[in-house]
Design a protein around this ligand. Sequence first.
Ligand SMILES: Cc1cc2nc3c(=O)[nH]c(=O)nc-3n(C[C@H](O)[C@H](O)[C@H](O)COP(=O)(O)O)c2cc1C
Length: 190
Amino acid sequence: MNQEAVHLLAISGSLRGASSNSKLLHAIGALLPDNVSCEIYAGIGELPHFNPDLDNDDPPDSVRAFRQTVKTADGVLLCTPEYANGVPGVLKNALDWLVSSGEFVYKPTAVVTASPNPRGGNHANESLVLTLTMMTADIVEGGAVTLPFVVSAKFGENGEITDPDMISRLSPLLQSLADAMDRKKQAITE
Ligand SMILES: Cc1cc2nc3c(=O)[nH]c(=O)nc-3n(C[C@H](O)[C@H](O)[C@H](O)COP(=O)(O)O)c2cc1C
């Protein structure tokens, strides 16, 4: 079967400069199938606080740009830390801007939570899945993964993932996401 060229949007839930979650997103390019291009969206920290009064067809410019970027992506990968047993406010805020405008509807989506903690951010992972399910995202098979014990030692000098366990947890998720994006694109173009 011919694989369609598909475009993945990756969003980190951490604004921290040395974020492990952002590092993971920079490293996954090497694990993605050849037909998948990947763009990292670094603008969620620029979005205003969600306000239903501004949630309309003429939203703030940063919100309009964010909505358009998510809309044109074939799939989305969220990679986030857990803060105080929950989803970081900056990421939840970004998702709240997409509830009524519907960019996540049937969008192939996967969720990774990475943490130095042994639970791997399981509360944030579960919470994100609940939120995305409410938004009718298509969370792909095996598309919610917690990564425990994620520390900078698990990345090489060039930012590559060196930990075999991390690679073996991430690879099936990325393949499943790529397959779902490909199936959806084929269905649209048929
Ligand atoms: C305010 C705050 C709350 C945190 N709460 C949790 C938590 O509930 N569970 C957890 O696993 N880690 C928690 N952590 C630790 C983060 O997982 C850790 O700092 C991680 O490296 C952040 O991700 P990043 O490297 O992508 O920025 C917390 C960190 C901060 C700063």
